[in-house]
Write a protein that binds this ligand. Structure first.
Ligand code: NAD
Length: 267
């Protein structure tokens, strides 16, 4: 469907979870991967070798802390010298639940900087090069919480709604860059519901406690509350959608926020 050979894809937070699954689907299509995240040597080496074995052109690792604008700029300088990112997936994210009154200012700042401001700084640096090439894809991993709210998630919901808004502005500013032949420059959000990664484990564990520590019962209870399909998503399903968005046929799909949420946001 998509041949990404010769393309460079930066996927933030790609050493694990949804980011790694997206990087794998791009590697399978022959892209070179700017692997990124905060991890130890073992995890980095494992992710790098998994991507190389899947078929990536080249894999280079970046460890920019996304709370640090200077570190983001240094990473983008290096990627520019490599050839510039043809595809950017702003995937890295953190989340912690607390009621609004209990959110410490430092937690608010951290969630906003990783989940929203970092995406802005990466796009600010990557998108002019995409316009010059006439091809570019920005995929921002928002959340159902970019479309609807839940209690105890004030910073996360604020950041994700912000990411949806940022993506629409960028989509409009770059809509007429490139051509049908070159593929154009598009910006979209993917909005997952419950997806099986370590990010949701604290919430799963808290719910499992109500059922004597039974994880499956905890997950079922979380799904019953919000996700009508009663099924979690696998990260590879998000990867498959991201790959489709990179294909030439998706040149006119821009400014959208696509839920992968089993009906959560249809309610
Ligand atoms: P995860 O915790 O497995 O991965 C998060 C990644 O972000 C890691 O690779 C980590 O290294 C990176 N990261 C965190 N803080 C960073 C920092 N300061 N600097 C650089 N990198 C940093 O989480 P995941 O579930 O794979 O989530 C990926 C994205 O999907 C997030 O944006 C999350 O909000 C979103 N999402 C996840 C779910 C879900 O159910 N798992 C649902 C909706 C949205």
């Amino acid at each position: 469907m998509s041949d990404l050979s010769g393309k460079i894809a930066l996927v933030t937070g790609s050493v694990q979870g949804i980011g790694l699954a997206i990087a794998k689907s791009f590697a399978d299509a022959g892209a070179s991967i700017a692997l990124h995240g905060l991890a130890d040597e073992t995890q980095i080496a494992a992710a790098k070798s998994e991507l190389e074995q899947t078929g990536a052109g080249e894999v280079r690792f970046f460890d920019a802390d996304l709370r640090d604008v200077a570190a983001i700029d240094a990473m983008m300088d290096e990627i520019e010298a490599w050839g510039g990112a043809d595809i950017v997936v702003n995937n890295a994210g953190i989340q912690k639940t607390a009621s609004l009154a209990d959110v410490e200012p430092a937690l608010w700042d951290a969630i906003l900087s990783v989940n929203l401001s970092a995406a802005f700084h990466v796009m600010r640096r990557a998108m002019p090069g995409m316009a010059d090439k006439g091809f570019g894809r920005v995929i921002n991993i928002a959340s159902v919480h970019g479309l609807v709210a839940s209690i105890d998630k004030a910073p996360y919901v604020s950041a994700k709604f912000g990411l949806v808004g940022l993506s629409k502005v960028a989509a409009l500013e770059y809509a007429n860059k490139g051509s049908k032949k070159s593929g154009g420059v598009t910006v979209n959000c993917i909005c997952p519901g419950w997806t099986e990664t370590v990010l949701i484990e604290p919430q799963v564990a808290a719910r499992a406690e109500l059922f004597g520590g039974d994880r499956d019962a905890g997950v079922a209870d979380l799904l019953k509350e919000k996700q009508p399909s009663q099924r979690t998503s696998d990260p590879s399903e998000i990867g498959a959608l991201a790959l489709w968005l990179c294909s030439p046929i998706a040149h006119n799909v821009t400014g959208t926020s696509i839920p992968v949420d089993g009906g959560w946001t249809s309610q």
